[in-house]
Design a protein around this ligand. Sequence first.
Ligand code: NDP
Length: 326
Amino acid sequence: MTTFRAIAASEPGPATLQELTDADLPDGDVTIAVAYSSLNYKDGLAVTGKGKIMRSHPMIAGIDLAGVVEASDSPDWKPGDEVLVTGWGLSETRSGGFTQRQRVTADVLTAKPAGLTLQQTMAVGTAGLTAMLCVLALEGNGLTPADGEVVVTGAGGGVGSVAVAVLANLGYEVAASTGRAETHDYLRSLGATTIVDRAELATAGRPLDKERWAGGVDTVGSQTLATVLAQTKYRGAVAACGLAGGNDLPTTVLPFILRNVALLGVDSVSCPAPVRDEAWSRLGTDLPTDLLDAMTTVEPMTKVPQLAEAILAGATRGRVVIDTAT
Ligand code: NDP
């Protein structure tokens, strides 16, 4: 019987490196030799057991995977196809991506976009897809580079780094908010022209502050999102996707009813396939691969438990790809 390694939890609590067999894989019509996964904030919560992410056990952790189809009962996929999955409940309601083998239902698979390697698709991963969905949401609200500066919070993290790079490449003036001085040069190298101290946005100001941002991508939530809303210009918009600073939102209705500010919610997990396809296509054209490579580190799967602690502590930079072979 084939054995393979995975980061899994048999019961609520931390996930660990385990040796599994095909009998441990779920039902599904496509079996994948997984080459890479990626580390996201939600993986930190799941692998450490600090957040209730896994809804059942046993469960393989990892919300993303990329690899090659080994066997398929679906007419849509054949052995040798290069595929990826992001979200769709992996590591929550479905067995996840920190593994050398996985079996999924055909409907959750995305074909590897042309122009990206399998490893680069995981450098993008859920975080990068979410950043692009935020950009699409802002564009859908009418934002253009001519409108003025766009702020990205939690900029040194995965979602933030991709958002900075994509927006700057599209011609936006980008203000990157970070709590880490050591990321300033890195953020400028991705295209940020202004650096905002995280503490400045995390401090409560007036319900309507001086108009500063044409738009925003917020990965932090809580007071940071409230401050960004209070500083957003008339008819501007903020895409909210994260809670790295907390899941509360201590705001008033004033930015919405007096400045016509739009708060745009962004979810990547259950995002419909046509929107995902558009986002992946846009990532292919609007995220320079040299910047993607510069924001990526590749780590072995054996290190996932310690990397999970690091991402929750805000100590990882950019994107972390997980190589399942090591
Ligand atoms: P990362 O940990 O890579 O990035 C988060 C960044 O937020 C950190 O790098 C840090 O940036 C900043 N940060 C961390 N802690 C705090 C704090 N206490 N207060 C203020 N800022 C803080 O995570 P991801 O990029 O993977 O995810 C970012 C957020 O987006 C998470 O909350 C995640 O759950 C959410 N998310 C949501 C998705 C969706 O579908 N809606 C999908 C993917 C992610 P710096 O050091 O530069 O300040």
